[in-house]
Design a protein around this ligand. Structure first.
Ligand SMILES: Nc1ncnc2c1ncn2[C@@H]1O[C@H](COP(=O)(O)OP(=O)(O)OP(=O)(O)O)[C@@H](O)[C@H]1O
Ligand SMILES: [Mg+2]
Length: 257
């Protein structure tokens, strides 16, 4: 399941953030402290990437945001009424077609059949899978399977989309193409995004802000806004300013890993 329903938006609450971590510490029952004193806002229309060394608590951060995991100290305020989760692996059901995988979200929410079919078809079309609706996951490429996974996340019209290294398993060319696609969907749909990645250039290319975390226990080492509007041309990756910012992120990672 990729869609997590959270509490309805409080209409009386002041508008400001979609997601807020306020001085969050997470200690697991095993005694492992995964995060310490993390404060971070994701505002509507923001695309925030989080990079950091393996084990610094990035996945934990997303699980706390979605309510899949409880916090130990501090507060998480998720104001989205629908939060979607995209995992590193597409996590599709092999015995269901692409269309039926995307429809599952509507089935579980008891959306009438005709409506959920139409919405699933629209979501698949949005991710460029027209004509592949009836294919099963094994008949799709890695990039196409990830597109189905993204369609499944977006079909519920989330205000907040959480991505845990969704392109980590893809080859470089597919990965660059998926970045362009995701940027287009982000602009079109207007969800706020929190995106985990190990790729500095992916983070800098996609994000309105990049957050760098230190090694475990994770804390925020750098939180840097990016100066470019969307859509961003692929050639941006070769601009000196892009290289300079990527260098800053890399230095913050190096100093703290
Ligand atoms: N359910 C759990 N119980 C106990 N410890 C956990 C649990 N989940 C994660 N951890 C620990 O918390 C720390 C952070 O894990 P997390 O998966 O958030 O790291 P990560 O930054 O996503 O790493 P990676 O980049 O390798 O995916 C690790 O030390 C991990 O062992
Ligand atoms: Mg992880």
């Amino acid at each position: 399941m990729s869609t997590v329903q959270t509490a309805p938006v409080d209409a009386t609450a002041p508008i400001g953030h979609t997601l807020r971590f306020d001085a969050v510490t997470k200690r697991f029952d095993t005694g492992t402290v995964a995060l310490t004193d993390v404060s971070l806002d994701v505002s509507p229309g923001e695309f925030v990437s989080v990079v950091g060394p393996s084990g610094c608590g990035k996945s934990t951060l997303l699980r706390l945001a979605s309510g899949l995991e409880s916090i130990t100290v501090g507060e998480v305020d998720n104001r989205a009424d629908v939060t979607s989760f995209v995992f590193q692996e597409p996590t599709l059901l092999e015995w269901r077609s692409a269309q039926k995988n995307v429809e599952l979200v509507g089935e579980l929410a008891h959306v009438p059949a005709a409506e959920r079919r139409a919405r699933a078809a629209e979501a698949l079309s949005l991710v460029g899978l027209d004509g592949f609706e009836k294919q099963h996951p094994r008949a799709l490429s890695g990039g196409m399977r990830m597109r189905v996974s993204i369609a499944r996340a977006l079909v519920a019209e989330p205000q907040l989309a959480l991505f845990d290294e969704p392109f980590g398993a893809l080859d470089e060319i597919t990965r660059l193409r998926m970045q362009t696609e995701l940027q287009r969907l982000f602009q079109l749909k207007g969800f706020a995004a929190m995106f985990i990645t190990h790729s500095i250039s992916e983070a800098v290319y996609l994000s309105s802000r990049v957050v760098v975390m230190s090694g475990r226990p994770g804390r925020i080492a750098l939180d840097i806004p990016l100066p470019w509007s969307y859509p961003r041309p692929p050639e941006l990756r070769y601009e000196p300013e892009f290289g300079a910012i990527a260098g800053q992120v890399s230095a913050a990672l190096g100093e703290h890993s």
